[in-house]
Design a binder for this molecule. Structure first.
Ligand code: NAD
Length: 320
């Protein structure tokens, strides 16, 4: 399969792109490289704004995977207009162009953040997706723009990912387990905003595997799929990270419990992805922490600006 990976130089793309290549797919990345490019040198990367892509650029491909846009709440809140344009309009535009160019499938990196603040029940893909913050609304907009292109010859898949964690060559330390790992190691402390809030989590290796499953799914598969390893309260995430860090480094880690209100609270079921895509996540919180600890030589001392999306984004805005 020949694949364009839009936003493939980011955190997820830097794990997914080599994985797809290793499975025999031909991979081209198109990315503005806001956070640099840590992809292996044999993966072609075109530094380009995806809004400039036209059907002639797409004709050679079988599928397009969309991993671009603004990928967290702080970025979305810093520049809500750009957030709606990059997360809402851009995937809709590219899906429209991909269908025009005759591609067979478009896979959209959606987010469980579309579920907003829910009651404590397990949400599946039929549950209401209602949220009240720019990032979640824009991911839902992008998803709808992509899915409405679905037709007999054009498969549209949206993977609603839980919060992704663990090591990637393009490292992020603004994700829940990664942040807790960092402060546990550097300050011997983990800060919890609210211990009772629920979040689905997934390791970046399992996330990449979910995208591979989507690429290789039969042509008739389309639709929305939740993808998470499991659901955890933030308090339990902190305890699991502490346990693993204490065991690896032989240190004692304090947990600071706060009760700061959150706009997001959701638990999701990934049964549909298991049944229809063969999604079978393997890595829990202990394995996420082990992967972070095992790669400390690769990312160094946690302080590079590129590890924090909002810092890079503010610098880009200041330079514009
Ligand atoms: N990381 C998570 O926890 C998570 C969870 C759910 C959903 N998602 C979604 O998955 C996708 C990938 O997440 P990530 O963590 O890898 O993000 P990331 O921020 O690491 O990567 C995004 C990449 O997209 C590129 N990009 C953005 N706009 C572009 C444009 N107009 N043209 C070309 N390139 C552009 C950036 O340069 C960057 O390399 C995002 O759409 C995000 O919303 C991420």
């Amino acid at each position: 399969m020949k694949l364009m990976i839009a936003g493939g130089a980011g955190y997820i793309g830097s794990v997914l792109s080599p994985m797809l290549q290793a499975r025999g797919h031909e991979v081209d990345v198109v990315d503005l490289c806001w956070f640099g490019n840590q992809l292996p040198s044999d993966i072609p990367v075109t530094r380009r704004d995806l809004f400039t892509v036209v059907p002639e650029d797409l004709e050679a491909y079988d599928q397009l995977i969309f991993l671009a846009g603004l990928s967290n709440d702080p970025m979305a809140e810093f520049d809500p207009a750009m957030n709606f344009i990059h997360n809402g309009a851009l995937p809709a535009y590219l899906a429209f162009r991909a269908k025009q160019a005759g591609l067979s499938r478009f896979i959209y990196a959606s987010s469980c953040s579309v579920y907003g603040y829910t009651v404590d029940t397990l949400y599946d893909e039929e549950s209401p997706a209602v949220c009240a913050y720019p990032y979640g609304i824009s991911k839902l907009l992008g998803e709808r723009g992509v899915l409405q292109e679905q037709s007999e010859h054009f498969s549209a898949i949206a993977l609603r990912q839980g919060t992704v964690n663990g090591y990637s060559p393009r490292m992020r330390f603004d994700l829940i387990v990664n942040t807790m790992f960092k402060t546990a190691v550097t300050e011997k402390k983990i800060r919890v905003n609210h211990p009772d809030i629920w979040r689905p989590l997934i390791d970046v290796r399992d996330t990449a595997e979910a995208f591979v499953r989507a690429v290789e799914a039969p042509a008739e598969v389309s639709g929305v799929f939740n993808v998470a390893y499991d659901n955890f309260t933030i308090g339990d995430v902190a305890k699991a990270v502490r346990k693993e860090v204490e065991s690896i480094y032989g240190i004692q880690v304090e947990i600071e419990m706060n009760r700061i209100a959150d706009l997001r609270n959701y638990k999701v079921s990934s049964e549909k992805a298991r049944a229809q895509l063969g999604f079978n996540p393997r890595f829990g919180i202990a394995e996420m922490v082990q992967s972070l600890a095992g790669h400390r030589d690769a990312y160094g001392d946690f302080i590079k600006r590129e590890f924090y999306n909002i810092q890079v984004f503010k610098a880009l805005a200041a330079d514009a």
